[in-house]
Design a protein around this ligand. Structure first.
Ligand code: FAD
Length: 309
């Protein structure tokens, strides 16, 4: 919903249309459908691909958009409302042809597939979503030619920062689990943590958490306060910073959960101690949003003015 709710580009007409649905007594959810069969990264790599690979098409017919396409993997694929990355001219790398259009899930022609089986993130329903001659009003396009692509970058910067938060939360709980374990479990006559080799591992986990918290808070503040920092959420500078924090924190989360599991031995691998859930979940945080290579590319591209990647 970011493209329509944030200043200075708030779309009040669509806020009035959709806002009340989220404020009702019934849960109303939304989902951002970008990824397609031919790849997720190429859609998210908008600075290089400019929407060229998006096959989901949107054509104007009278007062309606008619949408056809197949999205895969969107988080909350069973949502009530989709924000759909479309092209008004599939194959075009002109960003004016990129369209971000809202589609209520109960519109005729929207078909939602069964949830995928995954290693982790079980609470997230990910599946196929097909759009078969789906008609929605013309006003459901977030802004219009050029601006849809511009503000789509905001989804990337917020998405990357949120991905980092998805890594940091499990890391903090990992700390709690491993602290208890290392205090209560004895090896060679002493608690685990009282062996210097294990204390060093515990220190690494704490450092991962402290560094990740500091970096994520800084980037979140920059996202929140463009007036102070002079960087708009859709600027390349912000996308690169958010991707940097995403990669840093999610790598740290994979590192911390892995080390904690090694300290806990086979107990860390057992369901009942909760650690293995974090270990499975955090791996995902390094994979979505174009995965770590796209994070690295966007960071290098921005800070080093790379032109061919
Ligand atoms: C739990 C979960 C939740 C998700 N939620 C959503 C969602 O809400 N909405 C949505 O649309 N999608 C969602 N996805 C999909 C996810 O965003 C994509 O899987 C992701 O973008 C990667 O796309 P892909 O899997 O098609 O891999 P590909 O795009 O095929 O990438 C394959 C590999 O190529 C690397 N790569 C990418 N770009 C380049 C490049 N330029 N040069 C070299 N290497 C490159 C990647 O880093 C990766 O290692 C979700 C996926 C999961 C598992």
């Amino acid at each position: 919903m970011l493209p329509i709710i944030l200043r200075p580009h708030r779309n009040m007409e669509l806020c009035r249309e959709f806002g009340p649905r989220f404020c009702d007594d019934e849960l109303y959810t939304c989902s951002c459908a970008m990824t397609e069969l031919q790849g997720g990264s190429d859609v998210e790599n908008i600075d290089f691909m400019h929407g060229k690979t998006i096959k989901t098409s949107a054509r104007l017919e009278g007062g309606d958009w008619v949408i056809n396409g197949h999205k895969i993997w969107p988080s909350s694929s069973n949502a009530d409302l989709f924000g759909v990355a479309c092209s008004t001219n599939p194959g075009s790398s002109n960003e004016e042809d990129f369209a971000f259009i809202y589609v209520p899930a109960d519109t005729p022609g929207v078909i939602i597939g069964a949830p995928y089986q995954k290693a982790g993130m079980a609470a997230d329903y990910n599946g196929d979503v097909w759009f078969d001659d789906v008609k929605v009003p013309k006003k459901y396009r977030t802004h219009g030619p050029g601006d849809d692509a511009k503000y789509f970058r905001e989804i990337l910067s917020y998405g990357a920062a949120c991905g980092a938060a998805f890594g940091l939360g499990p890391m903090k709980n990992t700390y709690e689990i491993v602290k208890k374990w290392a205090s209560e479990r004895f090896v060679a006559g002493r608690p685990l943590k009282e062996h210097s080799i294990n204390a060093a591992v515990l220190a690494e986990i704490a450092i991962d958490i402290e560094a990740s918290s500091a970096m994520l808070h800084m980037v979140a503040r920059q996202l929140d306060c463009p007036d102070i920092y002079g960087i708009m959420p859709w600027d390349k500078a912000m996308v690169a910073r958010a991707r940097a924090v995403s990669l840093f924190v999610t790598d740290a989360a994979v590192h911390a959960t892995g080390r904690a599991m090694e300290l806990m031995g086979s107990y860390g691998y057992a369901r009942q101690y909760d650690l293995e859930k974090h270990w499975r979940d955090v791996k995902m945080t390094t994979l979505w949003m174009g995965s770590r290579q796209l994070d690295l590319i966007e960071v290098a591209r921005y800070w080093y003015d790379i032109e061919t990647l």
